[in-house]
Design a protein around this ligand. Structure first.
Ligand code: RB5
Length: 153
């Protein structure tokens, strides 16, 4: 079981701090025949994560990629930016159970990784868990329905 959609690629984005990890993840996706679209950054030169987060988030919202994987040094800056988009539920994860619950309970559509704080092997494990965990729905569907601003009483 995985959450991949055959007709659209996985989205990827990072800043310079996540650039090396993004390259490792691309190799991993390629070796597993998983297609992806890379929204940058495309070098380790210092840059600003919103420049890459916004196009990636917009593509998730538009149904052009699903899911997405994003990373910066801590995961916080890029995650905060992604979550400005109403259709995005980006979850910062650094252990497998967080990745599982982000999918099962929050229907997260972007996995956010703290590239300077986790080993590449753990990042790949987090991706495996994220991609293989379905959303449980039920009471969690009601809760995520209340996430957008204005959807609560
Ligand atoms: C870049 O130095 C760093 O600030 C960035 O990758 C991220 O950690 C910000 O939240």
């Amino acid at each position: 079981m995985n959450i991949l959609r055959n007709d659209i690629p996985v989205g990827l984005c990072s800043d310079h701090a996540g650039y090396e990890l993004k390259a490792i993840i691309e190799g991993y996706l390629e070796s597993n025949n998983i297609s992806f679209e890379d929204f940058g950054t495309f070098s380790s030169e210092s840059c600003d994560y919103p420049d890459f987060a916004h196009p990636c988030a917009a593509a998730v919202e538009a149904g052009k990629v699903y899911p997405a994987i994003a990373m910066c040094g801590t995961g916080n800056g890029i995650g905060m930016t992604l979550n400005k988009h109403q259709g995005v539920r980006a979850a910062l994860c650094w252990e497998p159970e967080l990745a599982r619950l982000a999918r099962a309970h929050n229907d997260a559509n972007i996995l956010v990784l703290p590239a300077r704080f986790i080993a590449p092997e753990l990042a790949l494990e987090l991706i495996d868990v994220f991609l293989s965990t379905p959303f449980e729905g039920g009471r969690h569907q009601r809760r995520i329905g209340k996430m957008p601003v204005g959807n609560c009483k």
